[in-house]
Design a protein around this ligand. Structure first.
Ligand SMILES: Nc1nc2c(ncn2[C@@H]2O[C@H](COP(=O)(O)OP(=O)(O)O)[C@@H](O)[C@H]2O)c(=O)[nH]1
Ligand SMILES: [Mg+2]
Length: 207
Protein backbone atom coordinates (compact mmCIF):
# COMPACT_ATOMS: atom_id res chain seq x y z
CA UNK A 1 0.00 0.00 0.00
CA UNK A 2 1.15 3.49 -0.78
CA UNK A 3 0.72 6.22 1.86
CA UNK A 4 -1.08 9.10 0.15
CA UNK A 5 -1.39 11.49 3.09
CA UNK A 6 -0.41 11.80 6.74
CA UNK A 7 -1.36 14.77 8.85
CA UNK A 8 -1.40 15.85 12.46
CA UNK A 9 -4.90 16.07 13.97
CA UNK A 10 -4.64 16.92 17.66
CA UNK A 11 -2.97 16.34 21.01
CA UNK A 12 -5.28 15.22 23.81
CA UNK A 13 -4.62 15.25 27.55
CA UNK A 14 -6.95 12.29 28.14
CA UNK A 15 -9.13 9.64 26.50
CA UNK A 16 -12.26 11.83 26.57
CA UNK A 17 -10.53 14.47 24.46
CA UNK A 18 -9.47 12.08 21.67
CA UNK A 19 -11.06 12.34 18.19
CA UNK A 20 -14.22 10.33 17.52
CA UNK A 21 -13.38 6.62 17.47
CA UNK A 22 -14.59 6.13 13.90
CA UNK A 23 -11.44 4.78 12.19
CA UNK A 24 -9.08 1.90 13.01
CA UNK A 25 -6.34 3.11 15.34
CA UNK A 26 -2.73 2.04 16.01
CA UNK A 27 -0.84 3.36 19.01
CA UNK A 28 2.94 3.55 19.37
CA UNK A 29 4.39 3.33 22.85
CA UNK A 30 7.77 2.70 24.49
CA UNK A 31 10.42 4.32 26.62
CA UNK A 32 11.22 7.96 25.99
CA UNK A 33 13.76 8.28 23.19
CA UNK A 34 13.13 4.76 21.80
CA UNK A 35 12.24 6.23 18.39
CA UNK A 36 8.42 6.52 18.35
CA UNK A 37 8.20 9.85 16.59
CA UNK A 38 10.95 8.91 14.12
CA UNK A 39 9.11 5.70 13.27
CA UNK A 40 5.83 7.54 12.65
CA UNK A 41 7.70 9.96 10.39
CA UNK A 42 9.33 7.04 8.60
CA UNK A 43 5.95 5.45 7.85
CA UNK A 44 4.62 8.80 6.66
CA UNK A 45 7.71 9.57 4.60
CA UNK A 46 7.68 12.96 6.28
CA UNK A 47 10.48 13.83 8.66
CA UNK A 48 8.61 16.78 10.06
CA UNK A 49 5.28 15.13 10.93
CA UNK A 50 5.82 14.01 14.53
CA UNK A 51 8.35 16.02 16.47
CA UNK A 52 11.53 14.10 17.19
CA UNK A 53 13.79 15.24 19.91
CA UNK A 54 17.15 14.52 21.46
CA UNK A 55 15.70 15.63 24.79
CA UNK A 56 13.54 12.75 26.00
CA UNK A 57 10.20 13.08 27.70
CA UNK A 58 8.68 15.92 25.76
CA UNK A 59 5.53 14.18 24.54
CA UNK A 60 3.02 14.19 27.42
CA UNK A 61 -0.14 14.02 25.35
CA UNK A 62 -2.03 11.52 23.19
CA UNK A 63 -1.05 12.69 19.69
CA UNK A 64 -3.35 11.73 16.82
CA UNK A 65 -2.30 11.59 13.17
CA UNK A 66 -4.59 10.73 10.29
CA UNK A 67 -3.08 8.49 7.64
CA UNK A 68 -4.50 7.50 4.26
CA UNK A 69 -3.22 4.98 1.80
CA UNK A 70 -4.11 3.66 -1.59
CA UNK A 71 -4.23 -0.07 -2.20
CA UNK A 72 -3.16 -1.77 -5.42
CA UNK A 73 -6.83 -1.89 -6.53
CA UNK A 74 -7.16 1.88 -6.18
CA UNK A 75 -9.25 1.74 -3.00
CA UNK A 76 -8.42 4.24 -0.25
CA UNK A 77 -8.07 3.38 3.44
CA UNK A 78 -7.76 5.77 6.36
CA UNK A 79 -6.65 5.15 9.94
CA UNK A 80 -5.32 6.89 13.00
CA UNK A 81 -1.75 6.62 14.23
CA UNK A 82 -1.15 7.66 17.83
CA UNK A 83 2.12 8.79 19.38
CA UNK A 84 1.75 8.09 23.12
CA UNK A 85 3.86 9.63 25.88
CA UNK A 86 6.80 7.39 26.73
CA UNK A 87 7.50 5.65 30.01
CA UNK A 88 10.69 5.27 32.02
CA UNK A 89 11.67 8.89 31.91
CA UNK A 90 13.77 9.24 35.08
CA UNK A 91 13.16 12.95 35.60
CA UNK A 92 9.44 12.56 36.19
CA UNK A 93 8.10 12.78 39.72
CA UNK A 94 6.10 9.93 41.26
CA UNK A 95 2.93 12.02 40.87
CA UNK A 96 3.66 12.51 37.15
CA UNK A 97 4.33 8.80 36.73
CA UNK A 98 1.06 7.91 38.41
CA UNK A 99 -0.72 10.40 36.19
CA UNK A 100 0.91 8.84 33.12
CA UNK A 101 -0.11 5.37 34.31
CA UNK A 102 -3.73 6.41 34.78
CA UNK A 103 -3.91 8.09 31.38
CA UNK A 104 -2.33 5.16 29.54
CA UNK A 105 -4.44 2.52 31.32
CA UNK A 106 -7.55 4.50 30.53
CA UNK A 107 -6.56 4.85 26.88
CA UNK A 108 -5.47 1.24 26.22
CA UNK A 109 -8.48 -0.29 27.93
CA UNK A 110 -11.08 2.28 26.85
CA UNK A 111 -10.27 3.25 23.28
CA UNK A 112 -12.89 1.38 21.22
CA UNK A 113 -11.21 1.60 17.82
CA UNK A 114 -7.73 0.55 19.02
CA UNK A 115 -6.65 -2.29 16.74
CA UNK A 116 -3.13 -2.85 17.96
CA UNK A 117 -0.44 -1.41 20.18
CA UNK A 118 3.04 -1.20 18.74
CA UNK A 119 5.42 -1.59 21.64
CA UNK A 120 8.81 -0.14 20.73
CA UNK A 121 11.92 -1.67 22.24
CA UNK A 122 15.46 -0.40 21.60
CA UNK A 123 17.35 -3.20 19.85
CA UNK A 124 20.70 -1.97 21.22
CA UNK A 125 19.98 -3.12 24.74
CA UNK A 126 19.48 -6.26 26.77
CA UNK A 127 15.93 -6.76 28.05
CA UNK A 128 14.92 -3.81 30.23
CA UNK A 129 12.41 -4.21 33.04
CA UNK A 130 10.04 -1.37 32.07
CA UNK A 131 9.62 -2.88 28.59
CA UNK A 132 9.01 -6.40 29.91
CA UNK A 133 6.58 -5.00 32.48
CA UNK A 134 4.63 -3.08 29.85
CA UNK A 135 4.46 -6.12 27.54
CA UNK A 136 3.27 -8.17 30.48
CA UNK A 137 0.59 -5.62 31.28
CA UNK A 138 -0.74 -5.66 27.70
CA UNK A 139 -0.72 -9.44 27.72
CA UNK A 140 -2.66 -9.68 30.97
CA UNK A 141 -5.17 -7.11 29.72
CA UNK A 142 -5.49 -9.14 26.47
CA UNK A 143 -4.67 -6.13 24.33
CA UNK A 144 -3.20 -7.20 20.99
CA UNK A 145 0.30 -5.89 20.48
CA UNK A 146 3.31 -6.16 18.17
CA UNK A 147 6.87 -5.55 19.31
CA UNK A 148 8.99 -3.22 17.22
CA UNK A 149 12.72 -3.48 17.78
CA UNK A 150 14.01 -0.02 16.86
CA UNK A 151 17.36 1.54 15.85
CA UNK A 152 18.64 -1.68 14.29
CA UNK A 153 21.17 0.36 12.28
CA UNK A 154 23.01 1.35 15.45
CA UNK A 155 24.44 -2.05 16.39
CA UNK A 156 25.80 -4.97 14.41
CA UNK A 157 23.27 -7.59 13.31
CA UNK A 158 24.60 -10.20 15.70
CA UNK A 159 24.04 -7.99 18.74
CA UNK A 160 20.58 -6.96 17.52
CA UNK A 161 19.67 -10.62 17.02
CA UNK A 162 20.96 -11.58 20.49
CA UNK A 163 19.05 -8.75 22.15
CA UNK A 164 15.84 -9.74 20.38
CA UNK A 165 16.25 -13.37 21.40
CA UNK A 166 16.91 -12.42 25.04
CA UNK A 167 13.88 -10.17 25.06
CA UNK A 168 11.64 -12.90 23.68
CA UNK A 169 13.06 -15.38 26.15
CA UNK A 170 12.29 -13.02 29.02
CA UNK A 171 8.73 -12.57 27.68
CA UNK A 172 8.16 -16.29 27.32
CA UNK A 173 8.56 -16.66 31.07
CA UNK A 174 5.24 -14.87 31.41
CA UNK A 175 3.45 -15.34 28.13
CA UNK A 176 2.32 -18.54 26.53
CA UNK A 177 2.09 -16.96 23.08
CA UNK A 178 4.70 -14.54 21.83
CA UNK A 179 3.60 -11.45 19.89
CA UNK A 180 4.58 -10.62 16.33
CA UNK A 181 7.83 -8.71 15.94
CA UNK A 182 9.23 -6.25 13.42
CA UNK A 183 12.81 -4.94 13.37
CA UNK A 184 13.14 -1.36 12.17
CA UNK A 185 15.55 1.43 11.45
CA UNK A 186 14.02 4.82 10.81
CA UNK A 187 17.23 6.16 9.31
CA UNK A 188 17.51 3.27 6.84
CA UNK A 189 13.74 2.78 6.42
CA UNK A 190 14.08 -0.86 7.43
CA UNK A 191 10.79 -2.58 8.27
CA UNK A 192 8.61 0.10 6.68
CA UNK A 193 6.86 -2.19 4.22
CA UNK A 194 6.30 -4.90 6.82
CA UNK A 195 4.71 -2.41 9.19
CA UNK A 196 2.48 -0.87 6.53
CA UNK A 197 1.42 -4.34 5.31
CA UNK A 198 0.46 -5.29 8.85
CA UNK A 199 -1.62 -2.13 9.25
CA UNK A 200 -3.29 -2.74 5.87
CA UNK A 201 -4.14 -6.29 6.87
CA UNK A 202 -5.65 -5.18 10.17
CA UNK A 203 -7.59 -2.34 8.51
CA UNK A 204 -9.19 -4.93 6.26
CA UNK A 205 -9.85 -7.45 9.01
CA UNK A 206 -11.90 -4.71 10.62
CA UNK A 207 -14.22 -4.16 7.64
N1 LIG B 1 20.32 5.80 14.16
C1 LIG B 1 19.00 5.88 14.46
N2 LIG B 1 18.57 6.86 15.27
C2 LIG B 1 17.24 6.91 15.56
C3 LIG B 1 16.31 5.95 15.05
N3 LIG B 1 15.09 6.25 15.53
C4 LIG B 1 15.24 7.35 16.30
N4 LIG B 1 16.53 7.75 16.33
C5 LIG B 1 17.06 8.92 17.08
O1 LIG B 1 16.79 8.74 18.46
C6 LIG B 1 16.37 9.96 19.08
C7 LIG B 1 14.98 9.83 19.70
O2 LIG B 1 14.02 9.60 18.66
P1 LIG B 1 12.49 10.01 18.82
O3 LIG B 1 11.80 9.52 17.60
O4 LIG B 1 12.37 11.45 19.15
O5 LIG B 1 12.07 9.13 20.09
P2 LIG B 1 10.72 9.15 20.96
O6 LIG B 1 11.05 9.87 22.22
O7 LIG B 1 10.42 7.70 21.24
O8 LIG B 1 9.65 9.79 20.12
C8 LIG B 1 16.45 11.02 17.98
O9 LIG B 1 17.70 11.67 18.09
C9 LIG B 1 16.36 10.21 16.69
O10 LIG B 1 17.00 10.84 15.61
C10 LIG B 1 16.83 4.91 14.17
O11 LIG B 1 16.11 4.02 13.68
N5 LIG B 1 18.17 4.93 13.92
MG1 LIG C 1 8.46 11.45 20.48
Amino acid sequence: MEITSAKYIKSSPSLQDCPRADLPEYAFIGRSNVGKSSLINMIANNEKLAKTSRTPGKTQLINHFLFSGQKANGQTQSWYVVDLPGYGFAKRSIAQRNEWQRMIDHYVTGRKNLMQIFLLVDSRHNPQKPDIDFAQKLYSLQIPYTIIFTKSDKENQRTVHQNIQSFLKALSEYQQFLPQQITTSSTKKTGRKKLIDLIKEMNEAQL
